[in-house]
Design a protein around this ligand. Structure first.
Ligand code: CLR
Length: 384
């Protein structure tokens, strides 16, 4: 029945949350939701999902030619999806509403060097509060692979599901191990549908398509379908790699939460994502600086985890008031907020060049970006 998975005393709250969804104007992040659906994790932690298979990330540059490297980019990309889109259901029973990051919030992490694959580092900064935009940089220097991107969302409600259009893009830069020329890959982002809202147990299904466009001319297109389309299984995809002339060179299909195959559904294994993921390592909260996500939200997160929602609410209000005061002070002294790790550019030249190579042209043909400042690679935290 409706609201079946909602705790008894929060049923009314859930019903009014669903009503307010109908009035939503594109940004769900600042809406108040009942406690059972709140996550103690901030959105600034989400870019870590790009690398829970650090070996796949490192191995991209080992591909012997353009085609093999594109296949490895695709394999790594598909390997990120189950972490990105099903982790909360696995760990917390359903999709949850993440903490809405403050402007300037930081998140740092690392995947240690194992078997000589090289250390992978993650730097995240919240570069806009309203609308929320998160910028990230992931690098494995030894492997010669780095990812720079930013992420935002536009949400709408259909009456039963929440549609999420992701804004932003990522640029993957690869230095082939065999000494070949540096390659760039533009990664566009898939659309999400959040189902299960009426029951109170939301989960994500990916819809439509996204693309990976290489500077070599090769394009990967990934099509997503839920239950009953390609395989009768949820979380399914089909992908093809094609040349710039549009000639398909290889295809892949299966589940992004499980096994996928090369060629057809009976072909050799392309990827099996059911194995263990490597969660990012993060310094203990007691060692973190004030702008780092887990330290910033420590008391709110504690309140949510222990069911002490009044305390969580008060702590959250404190953080929001402090932010409001900062914005006022900036306005009155006509200073503006400065990003620590990223520089905002109106038009990303990599995006412009690569998106022009895509068969299905993107509109508009240009997009802004947050460019990582390499000289801040070893900077941890900002002064208060
Ligand atoms: C953020 C970028 C990541 C992938 C990702 C996964 C889950 C998405 C999240 C992004 C954005 C925020 C999101 C979330 C799922 C639910 C949440 C859309 C795209 C919204 C704001 C909260 C919905 C509340 C319901 C659960 C009731 O790479």
């Amino acid at each position: 029945a409706e609201g079946a998975d909602v705790p008894q005393e929060q049923k009314a709250g859930w019903a009014s949350f669903i009503k307010s969804l109908a009035q939503m104007t594109g940004d769900l992040s600042s809406m108040t939701a009942p406690p059972f659906i709140l996550s103690p994790t901030s959105l600034t932690e989400f870019p870590a999902y790009w690398c829970e298979h650090p070996a796949h990330f490192a191995q991209i540059s080992e591909g012997k030619d353009e085609k093999e490297r594109m296949e490895r980019v695709l394999r790594w990309f598909i390997s990120t999806l189950s972490a990105q889109y099903t982790t909360r259901n696995e760990k917390m029973g359903s999709e949850k509403k993440p903490l809405n990051p403050v402007l300037g919030e930081l998140f740092y992490g690392v995947w240690p060097d194992v078997d000589g694959r090289g250390e992978t580092r993650l730097i995240v900064e919240q570069v806009s509060h309203h609308p929320p935009i998160t910028a990230y940089y992931i690098e494995n220097k030894k492997a010669g692979v780095r990812l720079q991107g930013h992420s935002g969302q536009k949400t709408s409600f259909t009456g039963t599901a929440i549609n999420v259009k992701q804004s932003g893009h990522a640029i993957l830069t690869v230095q082939p191990r065999n000494g070949g020329k540096e390659e760039k890959y533009l990664i566009t982002l898939p659309k999400l549908r959040i189902e299960g809202i009426v029951w109170g147990s939301p989960y994500i299904e990916l819809t439509d398509t996204n693309a990976i466009q290489s500077s070599t001319g090769l394009t990967a297109q990934i099509d997503y379908k839920g239950k009953g389309y390609f395989t009768g299984k949820s979380h399914s995809f089909k992908a093809t790699i094609a040349t710039s002339a549009g000639k398909s060179v290889s295809s892949y299909e299966g589940q992004w939460v499980g096994k996928s195959h090369i060629g057809g559904s009976k072909g050799p294994i392309f990827l099996d994502t059911t194995g263990p993921k490597e969660e990012v390592s993060v310094r203990d909260v007691t060692e973190q600086t004030d702008w780092e996500s887990r330290k910033l939200w420590v008391n709110v997160a504690k309140g949510i985890r222990t069911g002490n929602y009044d305390a969580a609410g008060k702590e959250k209000t404190n953080i929001e008031n402090e932010q409001r005061q900062r914005r006022k002070d900036e306005a009155s002294s006509s200073r503006s907020w400065e990003h620590l790790h990223f520089t905002h550019v109106e038009s990303d030249s990599d995006y412009q060049v690569l998106s022009a190579l895509l068969h299905d042209k993107l509109t508009p043909p240009h997009e802004d970006a947050y460019v990582f400042k390499p000289e801040t690679m070893n900077v941890v935290g900002r002064p208060n």
